[in-house]
Structure formats: structure tokens, C-alpha cells
Design a protein around this ligand. Structure first.
Ligand SMILES: *Cc1c(COP(=O)(O)O)cnc(C)c1O
Length: 364
């Protein structure tokens, strides 16, 4: 059995790739996640054999046995990361090592095999190289990269599977939300994760369970749902797919601590680092929804924003609950602290701000 670290990729170029004209048309105004690039990466895993059969191949449908374990018991995890066109027309991925590590901890929680960090990053690099013409250059544009893994055993018994498929696909994307601040709905009906559950793992099942809450948010004319903790139904946890930050009138910022029910966002971690370097007082602590409503009214809470790879940093303008709503900081766009954090984050991703943390992974 050869070591996964040395596994070589077989490259099968697309025989009939998208024409430059068609690609330009698709990339002009991409809807999030709707556009397929020409290639995908596939690596197989089998108990006893390990990681094998690494390929870059034309993107296309997969064939699964109807008893494939993922279709019944949802053993599936994923990652989300972005490649950016740099100022010198190269391509860089933001913190893929952090995604690789998180993918391993998600796999661990879901009783799946751990892909070596190095193999994960090489897989992503191979796809970005094969699809380099799909990396857009506009200010809000990037190539969204989606690595994922699922249980592929043809077996209906309940146990960790012995066969898995790891894939990487990608899609050029523009801005996730249209400009301005988003309105969020605080769900008191549904929770996202409970202590001891899978809240800290990036698994598809967490999303399946959050869709109805997101629909509830839409019913109340909100863009996104905010979840409260499952024990007290009081403390703010996160959004369906983004972490949340609060900025106070004394210049301090806070975000809920990683207690096992919150997804440890890489954007969250980057913002904590940037904020500390700016000299802001940073707290990771619980924040209750009743306190938020009071602080928004008293003017102690001056800015709130959501963060994640897809949307980067999105200001939150209005927090709506079943008992009423508050407007944060009385403005429509990002507040000054949100804006200054965003400038460093986006600037680092695009090579405008010096990368003092080794966050940029150069592919080309
Ligand atoms: C992916 C994700 C985030 C954001 O993580 P990033 O690494 O910053 O993209 C936040 N919450 C949930 C539930 C997520 O799945």
C-alpha cells in the first residue's frame, strides 16, 4: 500500500471544454454555485487499501448504488474555500491548510477516514490548475471551491462505511449578498446543534436540519436565520452558515465562544486575529438575545456582522424576533469597525495587504 502523501494524480483533461466565449458569458454574472467548471477531482478510499485512484477528470455525474450509505445515513462532510486572482494575475487560495485541518476534524466526528492535510491541499491545487481560466478577476469575484467526502458502501446496515469518495468541484462566484445590510430572523422554534451533537462538524446533515428555520426566516422577510443555544434558548450561536460578531460603543468586539455547538469558521478566526492586531479588545463569550435587544436600543451595541467564506463579511442591519425588531447602529451599510476589518480581510485575500500570517497559498 503506497503512502497517501505520495499518491499521484492521473490527469484526464476534458475532451471538449467550455469555449472561451461561453465561459466569459457564464462568468459575467454568476449566480452563486450554479456554474460548473470543466473538471473535478476524485479520490477513492477503501478500508485495507487506503486512499487510492486520484484523478482530475471531466466534471460529470456520479454513479452510486441505491444502497450507498450516504443516501440513507448521511455520512457526508464538506468544505468551502476560495481562490482569488491576485494583483499580479496569479492565483492564491486563502488558508487551505485550515480547511484541510477542519475537514479532518469533521471526518473524525462522523467516523470517516482522515485524508492527509497534504493530499487534501494537492487535490484542491490540481483542480484550480486544471480550471485556472475559471478564476475570475472582478473585485467581488472568486472561484468557490467545494471539497466533500461521502460514504459509498453499498450496504444498508448502520455502521461507519468502509468505502468513501472524496471529490473537489468548483464554481466561479460573485458577491453572495447584494450590497447593503442584511436582516436576520432569530428562530425560537428551531435549534441548529445541541451539546454533544455535530454542530462543530461541517456536515451536510446540519444543513438539512437548518433549512426549515431558513424558510421561517424568509416567511418573516429576513435574509438569514440566527440560531439560539439548544439548552437555554437564549444565547446567540450563529447563522445557518456564518458566524456572528458584535461591536460595542467602547470599541470592543465579541463573538460566541467555540463550545462544540458552533462551527469554527476560518473567517471568524481570521477576523479575531485581525481585530487583535488592530488593538481592539476581543471577547469570545456568550451573548443573550434579550441583552442584544437592550444593547441595540441603548446604543451600546453599534455594529453587528456575519462572516464566512461565501459572503466574507456582511453587515447585519436589523435583528427581527417574534416580539419585534431592532435596527443596529441606525445605518444601511457596514459600520466603521466592520469596514476596517473587511478591508484587511479582503485586501489580504487579493494581495493588496501584506500577508503577514502566511494565509495566502499561491497556486500559480
Ligand atoms: C462553513 C460554515 C461557517 C463559516 O466558516 P468559514 O470557514 O468562515 O467559511 C459558519 N457556520 C457554519 C454552520 C458553516 O457551515
Amino acid at each position: 500500500m503506497s503512502s497517501a502523501e505520495d499518491l499521484q494524480f492521473t490527469i484526464l483533461p476534458h475532451p471538449n471544454p467550455t469555449s472561451p466565449e461561453k465561459r466569459a458569458e457564464l462568468m459575467a454574472n454568476p449566480a452563486f454555485g450554479r456554474i460548473a467548471t470543466d473538471h473535478m477531482v476524485l479520490i477513492r478510499y477503501k478500508e485495507g487499501e487506503g486512499w487510492h485512484d486520484a484523478q482530475v477528470l471531466p466534471r460529470g455525474p456520479l454513479t452510486l448504488d441505491p444502497s450507498a450509505a450516504v443516501l440513507h445515513y448521511a455520512q457526508e462532510i464538506f468544505e468551502g474555500m476560495k481562490a482569488f486572482r491576485t494583483a499580479d494575475n496569479g492565483i492564491a487560495i486563502f488558508r487551505p491548510d485550515a480547511n484541510a485541518r477542519r475537514f479532518r476534524s469533521s471526518a473524525d466526528r462522523m467516523a470517516m477516514p482522515l485524508i492527509p492535510e497534504n493530499l487534501f491541499i494537492r487535490a484542491v491545487d490540481e483542480l484550480v490548475k486544471a480550471d485556472q481560466d475559471w478564476v475570475p478577476s472582478g473585485e467581488n469575484a472568486s472561484l468557490y471551491i467545494r471539497p466533500f467526502m461521502f460514504a459509498n458502501d453499498a450496504f444498508l446496515g448502520v455502521k461507519p462505511a468502509s468505502e468513501y469518495m472524496f471529490l473537489v468541484i468548483a464554481a466561479p462566484v460573485g458577491a453572495y449578498f447584494s450590497a447593503g445590510a442584511v436582516t436576520v430572523w432569530v428562530s425560537e422554534t428551531y435549534t441548529r446543534a445541541a451539546p454533544g451533537g455535530t454542530g462543530a462538524a461541517k456536515c451536510g446533515g446540519n444543513y438539512a436540519g437548518s433549512l426549515l428555520a431558513q424558510a421561517e426566516a424568509k416567511d418573516h422577510e429576513c435574509d438569514q436565520v440566527v440560531f439560539l443555544d439548544a439548552v437555554h434558548h437564549r444565547f446567540i450561536e450563529e447563522m445557518g452558515g456564518m458566524n456572528i460578531f458584535f461591536v460595542f460603543n467602547d470599541g470592543s468586539i465579541s463573538t460566541p465562544a467555540l463550545t462544540g455547538t458552533i462551527l469554527p469558521g476560518i473567517t471568524r478566526d481570521s477576523i479575531l486575529t485581525i481585530a487583535r492586531e488592530k488593538g481592539l479588545t476581543v471577547r469570545e463569550e456568550p451573548y443573550a438575545i434579550d441583552q442584544l435587544l437592550e444593547d441595540a436600543q441603548s446604543g451600546r451595541l453599534v455594529e453587528t456582522f456575519a462572516c464566512g467564506t461565501a459572503a466574507a463579511i456582511s453587515p447585519i442591519g436589523v435583528v427581527r424576533t417574534k416580539n419585534g425588531e431592532v435596527k443596529i447602529g441606525n445605518r444601511d451599510g457596514a459600520g466603521p469597525v466592520t469596514e476596517s476589518l473587511r478591508e484587511v480581510l479582503l485586501g489580504t485575500q487579493r494581495g493588496r495587504v501584506a500577508d503577514t500570517h502566511g494565509w495566502e497559498h499561491r497556486v500559480l
